[in-house]
Design a protein around this ligand. Sequence first.
Ligand SMILES: Cc1cc2nc3c(=O)[nH]c(=O)nc-3n(C[C@H](O)[C@H](O)[C@H](O)COP(=O)(O)OP(=O)(O)OC[C@H]3O[C@@H](n4cnc5c(N)ncnc54)[C@H](O)[C@@H]3O)c2cc1C
Length: 470
Amino acid sequence: MFERQIVIVGGGISGLSAAYHLLKIAERKSIRLKVTLVERESWWGGKILTVTEGGFTVEGGPDNFVTVKPWALELCSELGLTERLLPTNPKARRVFILWRGKLHLLPHGFLTFSPDLKGLLETSLLSWQSKLRVALGVILPKPNWDEDVSVGKFLRYYLGTEMTERVIAPLMAGVYGGDIEQLSARMTLPTLWQIAKLHRNIAWASLVRTIRRKLSGQIQNQQTQSFFMTLKGGLSELVETLLANLKEANLLQKRSVVALMPDGETGKVAIRLDDGGEFLADVVILSTPAWAAADLLRPIDGTLADELYTIPHNHAITVSLAFERSQVQHPLNGSGFLVAPDEQDENLLLACTWTSSKYPPRAPQGKVLLRAFVNEWVDLSDDELVEEIVNALRPLLGIIGEPQKAWVFRWERAMPQYTVGHHRRIARISERMRHWRRIFLAGNYLTGIGIPDCIRAGKEAAEKALRVLG
Ligand SMILES: Cc1cc2nc3c(=O)[nH]c(=O)nc-3n(C[C@H](O)[C@H](O)[C@H](O)COP(=O)(O)OP(=O)(O)OC[C@H]3O[C@@H](n4cnc5c(N)ncnc54)[C@H](O)[C@@H]3O)c2cc1C
């Protein structure tokens, strides 16, 4: 049988997953396949970027993945990485919220959307009126939501303003780097959205669901299997292991795809690289950010390109800081803190992970590693930014002196925003893609922003690509 050529554009986790699954399925089905993976940057993994220096393991982008979505764990297991998985330190699972200049404990279970009545009653984050408001949701009429509504509007209705703004807004900002008044409830809170369809009061219905899951042992399983996991060598270990499994692929780094053009007669897709290289692909998988896919598709389909290009993306900056343990007076007895929105006017902090508490092997004994998320795309040098962040953290964590080392990572247009109506936009994109039978999309802007969803998106694109080849 003759060899088929598949080109994947973008070597982030979506593209690497697509390449891995293509080769795996091809081998199983004895399909002769040539897979070419093209990556613009000088490293593989896209937003996944681990730096090791002076005994510290520093993540520039993601630092872990959730385990409730199975695709990352499954891939780690297939790649023989199970022994390399690193769960969250069980002693450091508490999360705090910075509100009115103080760190308040996030009510137990809220991080995983498995709320706990005791945690709700005890929290110092909410007034009694607000706690009552959450409970009183039971007598509110069941609203007839349109197809979609913002997270802010949706949750304020059921849980009141304090709970929405002090607890949910920082959690959502931590995941999406986005604003609850813009984010889609349907896409970003799918479980609560489903619960709201059936019940009057989502708080009570969630509590009942939590109790049922506790009784059936599901939550206990979750607690023994940390909600978040990473790898001992950092998430780049996943990237390196995937690459080691792609020996059969043609891996092109520091090369960009600059044009693609389907051939009307053969159906194949002509691909041009920035160095003048050309390919004739049977199938192309675009695993770039949405706006980069839009640039490539514009010459052949302006409507599709507009849909992709107008998905809003927020920038992200992380600042990691290394200290001696003696320089930080706070016990760092948790995973870190998120910042309530009204506090963010005061400083540049969006969140701070106490990395060496959450994942102790990330720092040498006697040292502390912190990682701050910056809440805006600031026009400051790295040194100025580090100074601002240290000054914001100093009174909160009792920091003495200056960090021994700092790492700044800036990610432009990195976080796709699933704004209200995103599901309709994705439906329009899918409809439009039916015209291009040999081009597939995979990426964090479709149906899930996190690493597990990107792995799933890459796998699904690989399966569809092979189906087209017959
Ligand atoms: C700071 C930060 C923290 C995060 N934290 C977490 C977390 O803790 N857990 C989690 O699950 N997720 C997290 N995320 C989200 C997650 O990391 C990303 O959504 C995911 O890694 C995106 O993977 P991707 O392969 O779809 O895209 P990318 O990683 O963006 O990869 C796309 C690749 O395409 C390449 N490219 C673009 N155009 C071209 C072209 N024309 N030719 C060739 N190559 C091209 C780019 O160079 C890039 O490498 C975080 C993201 C950021 C930015």
